[in-house]
Design a protein around this ligand. Structure first.
Ligand code: DON
Length: 570
């Protein structure tokens, strides 16, 4: 293994037209750029090396979809706690010819899964089974998603996967937060794997250590050479099934062969003259932001002031109502007939807000209060815009940090623990405190309900915004806030992303706030009757704001300051 690299990873903030030759840097010495203004293309992702790969693809003449494929593959290597080929995700895109697309490559329940598979003999949920190890994994969707996206790209797949293979084979320097994350999980890697993984290091990980992933490199080469079959059939499939046998997992060769990404009709709606395009079921994200934005649309929020108690209260009450609907009505549309059209009807949403009283806290029915989750950052979002007017938003996940903690032996990639996103028992909160009912019960082949909200916005049919974030159930509420921050409060993209955020999800009936949320606003909210619960960071939002100038675009890209997230452009 290559020894330490001497050059520290620097944190730099750059704005203004990007003329920095950042791409000349090596994977062993790189900087994290938090914002950039570019004219040709911009990429924001959770890791500077992945953002850089995206810009390289754009420079080669690839479009935003090509870049999104390459960035996802690079993230599977340089951000292995969330970037993945063993998980799933969603892509929402607006193409230069005017089409809006949504690709669903969410994981699916294996054929041998059953409704009560995570309950013990007394009917109590065993969360360790749905959240850790082999049995917590759904059938991975990411590789199918990449190939489903490929038809909208323009470069050969080989070009898109090459950077990821190199990073896995030759290694790269890890950041301080990656080193800390890996050190925290050493025991879990031992417990949930029968052979040593690339992520284990006896002496502990340090900033700038090299992470080498030779087995992952071989898996990526099989995908390069054999396409989707390089993952879902042949040697990789054999290794996945072998791994399953080691830990009571149930994913079979047939599950892998039968997996297919699905094109869905995106959620499209207007908000104050803007057109929003977001992810439909099996993500709740698009419906939740449509419900929330429509519930506040005619309430004059723009007059209330950013972070004012009135504005926060209004948004919290909209969130409460949307999450109550999520728990009751939302699930994979191929298995459960969700009343989608009804949920977003103007009359219905107006009625939902009929009992909203400004200045007085509403109250959630106490079905079963969820425990709010630990802080977590295990999903990852990518925002990309190119010079042709293509916009791509991708959110992809392993669910928890390093997913199930199980690495497929011989194939070098982490398996998701997405099964926990199903409702393992009605009313029992999952890892994110979300509860569900029949709509999201486990059925073989069904996809678990998600909160991921990759979103793009147009203004008069012209690209305006690309946005998304990780954060479990805080995803739709973070995207909701980011959009209101830009459209209603006219905040700069940097402030819209980085200013403290809040969250309400119906149950538990509490307003969660980041630690640095303005104290005066919190005092007012307490007086209105809200329970305020400070918590860790909310989301890692990646935003690109786009302005058409003549025939060209001005792309203002911002990476969240809460993580190693980085913006690149040219
Ligand atoms: O699909 C979902 O909603 C969750 N599995 C997302 C998990 C997540 O965002 C974790 N990171 N914060």
């Amino acid at each position: 293994m290559r020894a330490f690299i001497a050059v520290p990873i620097l944190m730099v903030m750059l704005t203004g037209r990007s003329c920095r030759p950042s791409n000349a840097e090596s994977p062993f010495s790189y900087t994290i750029q938090k914002s950039v203004v570019a004219g040709n293309g911009a990429v924001v992702s959770a890791h500077p090396l992945a953002s850089r790969v995206g810009v390289e693809i754009l420079k080669q003449g690839g479009n935003a979809v090509d870049a999104a494929i390459a960035v996802q593959l690079a993230l599977a290597v340089v951000y292995p706690g969330a970037g993945n080929i063993g998980g799933g995700g969603f892509m929402v895109a607006h193409l230069q010819d005017g089409r809006n697309i949504a690709i669903d490559y969410r994981e699916a329940a294996p054929a041998a899964a059953s409704r009560d598979m995570y309950l013990d003999s007394s009917g109590n949920p065993v969360m360790s089974l749905s959240q850790r190890g082999h049995l917590s994994a759904g059938v991975p969707g990411t590789v199918a998603g990449l190939f489903a996206s490929l038809k909208y790209g323009s470069l050969p797949f080989e070009n898109l996967i090459r950077p990821a293979i190199e990073l896995a084979e030759k290694g790269f320097a890890i950041t301080a937060s990656e080193a800390n994350g890996l050190n925290r999980l050493q025991e879990d890697f031992k417990r949930y794997n029968s052979s040593k993984t690339a992520f284990e290091k006896e002496s502990g990980w340090n900033t700038n250590d090299t992470l080498l992933q030779p087995e992952l490199a071989e898996t990526l080469k099989r995908i390069r050479d054999n396409g989707q079959k390089g993952f879902y059939e042949g040697e990789t499939a054999r290794l996945i099934v072998e791994e399953m046998k080691k830990g009571n997992g149930i994913i079979t060769r047939d599950d892998l062969m039968n997996y297919a990404a699905k094109e869905r009709t995106p959620v499209v709606f207007d908000y104050k003259g803007y057109t929003l395009v977001s992810m439909p079921l099996p993500s709740s994200g698009g419906i939740i932001i449509e419900q929330c934005l429509k519930m506040i649309e005619n309430k004059g929020i723009e007059q209330m002031g950013f972070h004012s108690a009135d504005a926060v209260q209004l948004m919290v009450e909209a969130e409460r109502r949307a999450y109550a609907d999520r728990a009751e009505y939302m699930g994979d549309p191929d298995f459960y007939k969700a009343p989608v059209a009804r949920l977003v009807e103007a009359d219905y949403l107006e009625k939902r807000m009929a009992d909203f009283v400004p200045g007085k806290a509403g109250s959630s029915e106490s079905v079963k209060a969820g425990q709010f989750p630990k802080e977590s950052e295990e999903t990852t979002h990518i925002s990309i815009a190119d010079k042709w007017g293509n916009m791509v938003a991708v959110t992809t996940t392993l669910n928890d940090h390093y997913g199930s903690r199980t690495v497929v032996s011989g194939a070098g990639f982490v398996l998701n623990d997405e099964m926990d996103d199903f409702s393992v028992k009605p009313g029992v909160p999952n890892m994110y405190g979300a509860i569900g009912t029949e709509a999201n019960a486990i059925v073989p082949g069904k996809r678990m309900l998600s909160s991921m909200t990759p979103t793009i916005i147009l203004k008069e049919n012209t690209p305006f915004l690309v946005v998304g974030t990780p954060g479990g159930t805080t995803i739709p509420t973070s995207v909701f806030q980011s959009i209101v921050n830009v459209i209603d409060f006219k905040l700069s993209p940097s402030d819209a992303v980085n200013k403290p955020k809040f969250h309400h999800q119906w149950l538990p009936d509490e307003v969660f706030v980041e630690e640095d949320f303005p104290a005066a606003t919190l005092d007012s909210l307490r007086q209105m009757g809200y329970k305020i619960t400070p918590r860790g960071k909310i989301g890692r939002t990646e935003m690109i704001k786009i302005k058409k100038e003549g025939q060209e675009y001005r792309l203002e890209a911002v990476a969240d300051h809460r993580g190693d997230d980085a913006a690149e452009g040219y």
